[in-house]
Write a protein that binds this ligand. Structure first.
Ligand code: IPD
Ligand code: CA
Length: 278
């Protein structure tokens, strides 16, 4: 009993430190990225693949965040979009997207974010998404709910919740992985929703779309061919805000899932039905 209580206390203290470091890392990277964003020259970005670009700002942001994490938690594992995996002996995994929405960033569209998720033994326990231009930070801790604040403006955090909308003005969003199969699935989904639903659009940052589902600003996001770094933080935001997150077959979403369907819960079955259509 005594040892169980002691180890619970250690985990709690560790998680509080993890949260502090994740928030600080997102804020520090955000500050640097805003300066880069100001005068960003689109011709300076490089193509990673036919559908993906990378900029010096992505690399700089990722380096800053990883350095901060490694300084505080040298034994934690890391999965980051641009540099991949780093091994560690601890059961904690940091899942980092240094800029989610790089294409938006490059075209001077302010809808881009920094996404930091932390998993313990494969379960996401912390999600931080920061959209620096709007100064909106979304934070979820497992079992503690989801909140939003504005670090530059200060003030208290506000609890966020998914919407109650079930029909009519349902706002769906989507994006897709870079494979042809994922792209085709997304286009088929978009085609159906555009012709049969109220609206379906691509905001260009999966982390922001998930944060918006969690805040009740939109009802869903669907991503065939998902990358863990784009969504790890946002998954917890949606769950903690009362929504539902699954794979496209309806099974509970895990870090190994291929697709993602995240919603306010109320429209979820309708989305799965659309995705199952031949
Ligand atoms: C991208 C964004 C976008 C989605 C792409 C992702 P990135 O992430 O999340 O919304 O459509 O599939 O790759 O490359 O800007 O980090
Ligand atoms: Ca990225």
């Amino acid at each position: 009993m005594f040892y169980a209580l002691c180890s619970m206390k250690i985990i709690y203290m560790n998680n509080a430190k993890i949260k502090k470091i994740a928030i600080e890392a997102a804020q520090e990277a955000g500050k640097m990225l805003l300066k880069e964003f100001e005068n960003f020259d689109r011709t300076k970005s490089e193509l990673k693949s036919q559908l993906e670009i990378v900029t010096k700002a992505d690399l700089k942001s990722e380096k800053m965040i990883i350095k901060k994490v490694k300084n505080s938690f040298p034994d934690h594992k890391i999965l980051a979009e641009e540099s991949g995996k780093q091994k560690g002996s601890a059961d904690y995994l940091w899942i980092i997207d240094p800029i989610d929405g790089t294409t938006n960033f490059s075209m001077h569209n302010p809808l881009w974010s920094i996404s930091i998720g932390v998993a313990y033994q494969d379960e996401i326990i912390l999600g931080v998404v920061y959209a620096p231009f709007m100064d909106e930070m979304f934070i979820a801790e497992s079992g503690e709910g989801a909140k939003k604040n504005s670090p530059r403006q200060g003030g208290a955090s506000k609890k966020i919740q998914v919407s109650n909308i079930t029909e009519g003005k349902v706002l769906n969003t989507f994006c897709h992985g870079s494979s042809k199969a994922a792209l085709k699935k997304a286009i088929k989904y978009y085609n159906y929703q555009k012709l049969h639903g109220f609206d379906c659009r691509q905001l260009g940052s999966a982390a922001i779309e998930l944060s918006y589902v969690a805040s009740g600003r939109i009802e869903s996001i669907v991503i065939p061919g998902v990358n863990a770094w784009d969504v790890a933080a946002g998954v917890l935001l949606v769950r903690e805000a009362g929504g539902r997150v699954t794979d496209s077959d309806g099974s509970e979403w895990t870090l190994r899932s291929k697709d993602i369907v995240a919603s306010n819960g109320k429209v979820h079955d309708q989305l799965l039905k659309v995705l199952k259509r031949k």
